[in-house]
Design a protein around this ligand. Structure first.
Ligand code: NI
Length: 186
């Protein structure tokens, strides 16, 4: 088990599109394990590789007591939408109402290089969309309506974790607080 530091908003890796996985090797299986361990420890409902500083198209989730992972995903979204609070482990303690598709069909590969299809609705669909966004360098505040986004930016500027990273002039790598981000940190 190897816990990794979760990168916080302000780290350039979070706004960089990640590269597709090419080698389904031992290193990839270790990455999936590290992501899973780090997500469970946080605790969170999902975690994408860029959030631990690895710019590859891999993410994991822990939704409805089921662990999963997906590599090089492509998504098919329902037209029907859902609305609900969403948070992110890279934005500790913050969550905002975020519109997402209600259902998703995600195609990709597992860590052994076998093609898989994951179908999810509600929270699983939300997690898969949130994590796939991370792989494209998109963070959830990009998905907020304009007014909520303004509030979020203000909250971020006023947060301890963000101001600490500005003062130190370093990329924020603070270990997050041990409470769940409303049970929905991804
Ligand atoms: Ni996230």
């Amino acid at each position: 088990m190897s816990l990794q530091q979760i990168r916080l908003f302000g780290d350039p890796v979070l706004v960089t599109p990640a590269a597709p996985v090419v080698d389904f090797d031992k290193e990839l299986r270790k990455l999936v394990q590290d992501l899973t361990d780090t997500m469970i420890d946080a605790p969170g409902a999902g975690l994408a590789a860029p959030q631990i500083g690895v710019s590859l198209r891999v993410f994991v989730w822990d939704v409805d007591e089921a662990l999963g992972h997906l590599i090089n995903p492509s998504l098919d979204l329902s037209e029907e939408e859902q609305d609900g609070d969403e948070g992110c482990l890279s934005f500790p303690s913050l969550s905002y109402p975020t519109k997402r598709a209600m259902r998703v069909v995600a195609k990709g590969w597992n860590m052994h290089g076998e093609p898989i299809t994951v179908e999810g609705s509600e929270l699983l669909a939300r997690a898969i969309q949130h994590e796939t966004d991370h792989l494209d360098g998109i963070v959830f505040i990009d998905r907020l309506d304009e007014q909520t986004r303004k509030i979020a930016m203000k909250d971020i500027r006023e947060s301890d974790w963000f101001s600490e990273s500005l003062v130190s002039g370093k990329t924020p790598t603070v270990k997050i607080s041990p409470h769940k981000t409303f049970g929905k940190g991804f």
